[in-house]
Design a protein around this ligand. Structure first.
Ligand code: SAM
Length: 391
């Protein structure tokens, strides 16, 4: 897919393309209340250096995309890996925006944070729209009124933007339960709008990170892809990635050393019980109030946005080197979501926010593979149409 025919608007300049200094970095992060100001100031020169190093990244621009419900940029990483250039970001959570800034050098202006307040006419032209919209939208709406159920949820803001901008392709991601929410009516509504009203050829597939991303985490998510109907033949069927062999092990995701003593459990009363039940070093365990559950699938259980808050615990391991029991570190959670090793995890950010951010995220390698399929199918179909191989 090439952008020459569709780039009418000049894409918004990424923040790192304009001059940036340490004071600007500090000010933005402090404004976002990303951590203690003194901690932010201590780390800001490192953040600045990292942001400047991003100039080298992403030279080739094959297509443009917008990153809605961006979180900490898991989808963005998968699409940048194929030469995608992000021309707009929307995310409402200030802490997530801070982590996002440290990794993409982009300051998201206030008027683009909350999708419900975005004027769709101001959204730049783009080839692909990405939206990992929050699953809570469906439970809030659940009054079981069929079509009316999803009114007022954030999907309709995505709809507004698609209608105004007509991207070539869209990718939405959500929990598997979206498919049978309200007896399947919620998904039917979404598909009908995308297909009949907006003119997209829609396909979906539930994929588990450990089967499709070569990362040992059980994470089943539904991926919904829409390709604009005028770009494809009427028989077109989108091909999702095929499963791949899981070669990475739990041990490949774990860090050898931890400097944060807060991760360890030996100082708590509960430690005696944990010690009795947590025996293996190559297994992930889950502490569930009254019992410990061993994860038998040789993978990490699904990381969730609420792990680390009120009764929802971060998965546990027994360290091979020391035999001590501890929870996964934020970096290890990022590893279980397939984030690259050089992804910047800010030290000034409290762990509770980092757990939420990586629990909320997509698994990067799955997104990378879906992106490759989208590009391949749109490219191929467009070329075949141009050369009249297809009508
Ligand atoms: C499931 S996460 C998305 C993960 C992300 N797409 C990724 O690539 O990793 C959903 C995100 O939507 C954000 N969100 C919720 N309501 C929003 C709104 N009204 N406008 C913009 N973002 C919103 C949340 O803060 C959360 O980070």
């Amino acid at each position: 897919m090439h952008t020459t025919d569709i780039q009418q608007n000049t894409p918004k300049k990424a923040f790192f393309e304009s001059p940036i200094d340490q004071q600007t970095v500090e000010k933005y992060l402090i404004d976002l209340k990303a951590g203690k100001p003194s901690e932010i100031k201590k780390e800001s020169s490192k953040v600045l250096k990292y942001i400047q190093s991003l100039n080298e990244k992403n030279k080739e621009q094959r297509f443009t995309f917008i990153d809605l419900f961006a979180g900490v940029g898991g989808m963005r990483l998968g699409f940048e890996a194929h030469g995608g250039k992000c021309v707009m970001t929307s995310e409402v959570d200030q802490k997530a925006l801070a982590t996002y800034f440290c990794n993409f050098g982009e300051m998201v202006p206030e008027n683009l944070r909350d999708i419900t307040k975005i004027n769709e006419k101001e959204v730049p032209e783009h080839d692909i729209l990405l939206g990992g919209f929050p699953c809570q939208a469906f439970s809030i709406a659940g009054e079981r009124k069929g079509f009316q159920d999803t009114r007022g949820t954030l999907f309709f803001d995505i709809e507004r933007i698609i209608e105004a901008k007509r991207p070539k392709a869209i990718l939405l991601e959500n929990v598997k339960g979206l498919l049978n929410h309200n007896g399947g009516k919620t998904y039917q509504t979404i598909e009908k709008i995308l297909s009949d009203k907006l003119g997209y050829k829609v396909s979906y597939k539930v994929m588990n990170t450990m089967e499709y991303g070569n990362v040992p985490q059980t994470r089943e998510r539904v991926y919904i892809v829409g390709i604009r109907k005028d770009l494809v033949h009427s028989d077109f069927e989108f091909s999702f990635p095929e499963p791949i062999k899981l070669t990475k092990k739990i041990s490949n995701m774990l860090q050898k050393k931890q400097s944060d003593e807060n991760l360890y459990y030996d100082r708590f009363d509960i430690h005696t019980q944990l010690k009795k039940e947590i025996k293996k070093t190559d297994t992930i365990y889950q502490w569930r109030r009254v019992y410990v559950r061993e994860n038998k699938s040789n993978a990490c259980p699904t990381l969730t946005a609420n792990m680390g808050t009120g009764g929802h615990n971060v998965p546990l391991i027994k360290e091979k080197e020391t035999g001590r029991i501890r929870k996964l570190s934020p970096r290890e959670c990022a590893n279980f979501q397939g984030f690259p090793k050089n992804y910047y995890i800010p030290k000034f950010m409290a762990n509770s926010h980092l757990y939420k951010q990586f629990g909320n995220s997509v698994s990067v390698p799955v997104l990378d593979r879906v992106c490759a399929q989208i590009l391949a199918s749109v490219d191929l179909q467009t070329t075949m149409k141009k050369h009249k191989i297809l009508n």
